[in-house]
Write a protein that binds this ligand. Structure first.
Ligand code: RB5
Length: 143
């Protein structure tokens, strides 16, 4: 499984730590984020990650910014993306089970790294439940 990871300046540290953690677990991780803590604009890295997920270059994506909202808003402009913001392990699980999020977004400035690990594991290890949740997802696209 190849995972794309992206971040703005607020998420650099967590990006590196999570990349290392995932690689140790055997995932191949592609870095789409900035490696610098200099201020930058999150859409510049969010769009390339979204395109990589849409094209299948990576199977899933993970994104960090300060609150998670800028990344989620940008990523969700893409037709093939369901980016879900999660700040607890339970939401990490539900964002896969109910929303089938193909990109997990986390708020780097508001959760400890230990929570990042718990959320990521919950999301990776859960399966989409389909059924009524598929019907709801089918109603999401722009109108
Ligand atoms: C950067 O200061 C901050 O605005 C950004 O990381 C993010 O929180 C935006 O939604």
């Amino acid at each position: 499984m190849k995972i794309g990871i992206c971040n703005d300046h607020a998420g650099v540290e967590y990006k590196f730590e999570l990349k290392k953690y995932l690689e140790e677990k055997g995932y191949e991780v592609m870095n789409f984020g900035t490696d610098s803590t200099d201020s930058m604009d999150y859409p510049d890295v969010a769009h390339p990650l979204a395109e990589a997920v849409e094209s299948g270059e990576v199977g899933l994506g993970i994104a960090f910014c300060g609150t998670g909202n800028g990344m989620a808003m940008t990523l969700n402009k893409h037709k093939g993306i369901r980016a879900g913001l999660a700040w607890s392990e339970e939401i990490g699980r539900l964002v896969k089970q109910h929303n089938n999020a193909n990109i997990l977004v986390m708020p780097a400035r508001f959760i400890p790294f230990s929570e990042v690990i718990r959320i990521t594991e919950a999301w990776l290890e859960s399966d989409f439940e389909g059924g009524r949740h598929q019907r709801r997802i089918d109603k999401i696209p722009c109108r």
